[in-house]
Design a protein around this ligand. Structure first.
Ligand SMILES: [Zn+2]
Length: 274
């Protein structure tokens, strides 16, 4: 039996072995045990098990192996072939950090094969990660990386495929259709947009507040960006308007809120802004 997936994390085990964590084509996380997976040995071969590589594995016919922390035995596997590997990302430090961040987000948010859900709905998550890495690599090759656009694309596509996208067409409270240029608020805790009337009814004092009017404008900019970024295919990454750190942060907060995470829970997030 074969398993194909993208390596998002690896854990060296014993002297030469490796536990490799993959996002499979079905969009689920799985872990495999690879003997000699750290490379080296007599032939001094390097390891094929690199982060961000898309590999296929052949599962070995054995009972699997128990490591200390896991209840379920890990399947023992051998690398069959490298199906794709980034060629250029490493040449650009910020792009490299961005790729590590993509992998960390997947490690946190994707579901494991042991979680009891229907996985056909999660193939989209694999597509988001593979597109994010593939087009980031192409952008570095073409020397036209817009880091914030790649980040916002990744967040938007992920939010979309996780099934938590805010409805940008109507107000979540009164169902009024929101016009293209209409001011609105992104209400992160309710997961949708709300129109001016509904928001000011909730808090009349705040509607006079200057800070809120800025938030309305940010809400409108986010709604417009979210719509464009969800509908356009990833391959058109060069046609996306350049975006601001502010919109990227709104998107990240939105995603984190739905899963109960915070910025500080990510190792690689702050490295993107150094
Ligand atoms: Zn409304």
């Amino acid at each position: 039996m074969k398993v194909e997936g993208l390596v998002f994390q690896k854990t060296p085990y014993k002297e030469r072995d490796m536990i490799v964590h993959l996002l499979t084509r079905k969009g689920q996380k799985t872990s495999l045990y690879v003997y000699g997976g750290q490379g080296g040995g007599k032939s001094k071969k390097g390891s094929l098990l690199e982060l961000g590589h898309m590999l296929s594995f052949v599962l070995q016919k054995s009972k699997g192996i128990y490591n200390n922390s896991d209840q379920k035995p890990l399947s023992i596997a051998k690398v069959d072939q490298v199906n794709w590997a980034p060629k250029y990302i490493r040449n650009d430090y910020r792009a490299f950090m961005l790729s590590q961040f993509f992998l960390e987000v997947i490690q946190k948010l994707a579901l494991s094969e042991t979680d009891d859900i229907d996985f056909n709905e999660h193939e989209g998550i694999f597509n988001v990660l593979s597109n994010a890495l593939y087009y980031l690599d192409k952008a570095v090759e073409g020397q036209n990386v817009d880091y914030m656009t790649h980040l916002l694309l990744f967040f938007t596509k992920l939010i979309h495929h996780l099934g938590i996208a805010p409805n940008y067409e109507e107000c979540q409270f009164c169902q009024k259709i929101l016009g293209e240029d209409e001011l609105c608020l992104l209400d992160i805790s309710n997961g949708g947009f709300s129109c001016l009337e509904c928001t000011s009814k909730m808090d009349e004092y705040l509607s006079d507040n200057r800070q809120l009017s800025e938030e309305y404008q940010a809400g409108r900019r986010y709604k417009q960006a979210f719509q464009k970024f969800s509908l356009e295919p990833y391959k058109n990454y060069l046609n996306f308007p350049s975006t601001s750190v502010g919109l990227v942060r709104i998107s990240f907060n939105f995603l984190n809120y739905q899963f109960g995470f915070a910025e500080g829970d990510y190792r690689t997030w702050k490295l993107l802004f150094e």
